[in-house]
Design a binder for this molecule. Structure first.
Ligand code: NAD
Length: 415
């Protein structure tokens, strides 16, 4: 059995990672680390409770071996892998330590506050490769069997060659009051809604397009604080402004130089949604549309299933170029199944040395795409290549300053 330690044991660990990990039979959470030791202790207790509830035999080992830690390095010495779930500002530090000690890594999105944070620490990328470490970035959706089925449908050629893709993810407006600095302070997360929700939308676009396409440029259509001033629940009388709506166009190129575009929308404002029409009246929090040479596929669409007892099926509408329609239906997957698949795949990659569903390069490219979007916005929405953004980052990273300051200098320069 492989072992993993979690650093940062807050909201996402409680609500998503622990339910997923409690279903895994070959991966033991051996350590919980947090700057707030009480949070680590509460997470350990929740893990044991969830293992018991799932009747998972891992419980017996966990009761004996799982510990809480107030020092990350000590925890790393005791585990095969680390799951980094601290606020984004601290991801690279934990990642650097893990790679130095040759530990496999799962990390919450976004991998860093910007692309330069990784570029300025080249030993990380090189170490992952040289030491053959498994790396997975945790984003929503792509480990969900439904989203996998969508990818399989698109890749099967049912709509022909992809010409355009549209991927929208949204969340409800956090009532204009946000507790976490990582949501409103550019220096904590590198941005607002694009850095927060954008990774989910980007990951589905990348996953559905497949390995043929590489991102090359971004255009910012809208990167805006549609709620101009927000309050912060934890700091009375503070007023902040942060982008809550992001619409960007990503240009993807194949080896022959052919380009297609992907529209990405990431928003905290559920009301601002996909021109008002999403193919269902159930107010989904995501919507995908792929146009190909032979038709168009949309998701999600929900219909009654023919099976007994009557239930709902969710799936993909395919509209062929001749106007004929078909529906590819799937049973609705169990809640939280994507997290257990995420960790099972991580364990399998550690054990077999095989590939992970996404990887470090994917996470790095995503940060370059988002960086190019912010630079595009600064320059009035012009198409901005990833190389132009990388040059901009190099020019604005104050040389000789600690990496932390270099990353901040780029965040400031993009304003
Ligand atoms: N995949 C998703 O759907 C999703 C949803 C929410 C958050 N996230 C991501 O998860 C990460 C954590 O977000 P959250 O909402 O759980 O935040 P949170 O504030 O609820 O939890 C963060 C935890 O990290 C601890 N922490 C802070 N600095 C630390 C450090 N240097 N070392 C160790 N522990 C530290 C805090 O004490 C806290 O317990 C972020 O990267 C965020 O973007 C992902």
């Amino acid at each position: 059995m492989k072992t993993i330690g979690i650093t940062g044991t807050g909201f996402i660990v409680r609500t998503a990672h622990l339910p997923g990990l409690a279903a895994c039979k070959n991966l033991l959470v051996k350590g919980f680390h947090d700057i707030d030791i009480n949070a680590a202790k509460a997470a350990k207790q929740r893990y044991l409770t969830l293992l018991a509830k799932a009747k998972n035999p891992v419980l017996d080992v966990a009761v004996k071996e799982t510990k809480t830690y107030d020092d990350l390095s000590t925890m790393l010495d005791d585990v095969d892998a680390v799951d980094i779930c601290t606020p984004p500002k601290h991801h690279v530090m934990a990642l650097g330590l893990a790679v130095e000690r040759a530990k496999h890594v799962a990390c919450e999105k976004p991998l860093a506050r910007n692309w330069w944070a990784l570029e300025a620490s080249p030993s990380i990328g090189k170490g992952i490769k040289a030491k053959k470490l498994a790396f997975q970035l945790h984003t929503q959706a792509i480990w969900n069997p439904l989203i996998e089925a969508g990818r399989d449908a698109v890749q099967s050629g049912i709509i022909g060659e992809i010409e355009k893709i549209r991927v929208l993810h949204q969340t409800a407006d956090p009532k204009h009051a946000m507790n976490l600095a990582s949501l409103w302070d550019m220096h904590h997360a590198g941005g607002g809604a694009l850095m927060d929700i954008g990774p989910h939308a980007y990951s589905v676009m990348w996953y559905w397009l497949g390995t043929r396409w590489t991102p090359v440029a971004t255009e910012a259509k809208l990167l805006k604080a549609t709620v101009p001033v927000r309050t912060i629940a934890s700091i009375p009388n503070t007023r902040i402004t942060v982008e809550d709506d992001a619409h960007i166009i990503i240009a993807w190129r194949d080896k022959k130089g052919k380009e297609i575009t992907g529209d990405l929308e990431a928003t905290w404002n559920q009301k601002d949604w996909c021109d008002g029409d999403v193919g269902t009246n159930l107010e989904p929090t995501l919507y995908y549309e792929v146009h190909g040479t032979k038709g168009t596929l949309t998701f999600p669409n929900i219909v009654p299933s023919n099976s007994k007892p009557t239930s709902l099926e969710v799936g993909f509408n395919v509209m062929a170029a001749d106007g004929s329609k078909s529906f590819l239906g799937h049973p609705i997957p169990m809640k939280r199944i994507e997290e257990s698949i995420f960790f099972e795949e991580l364990e399998s990659a550690i054990t077999s040395g095989g590939p992970t569903r996404n990887n470090f390069k994917f996470s790095e490219d995503m940060l370059a795409v988002f960086g190019a979007a912010y630079l595009s916005k600064k320059n009035g929405g012009v198409r901005t290549t990833l190389d132009e953004f990388k040059r901009f980052a190099r020019d604005n990273a104050t040389p000789d300053a600690p990496v932390e300051h270099q990353v901040s200098a780029i965040i400031d320069a993009l304003q």
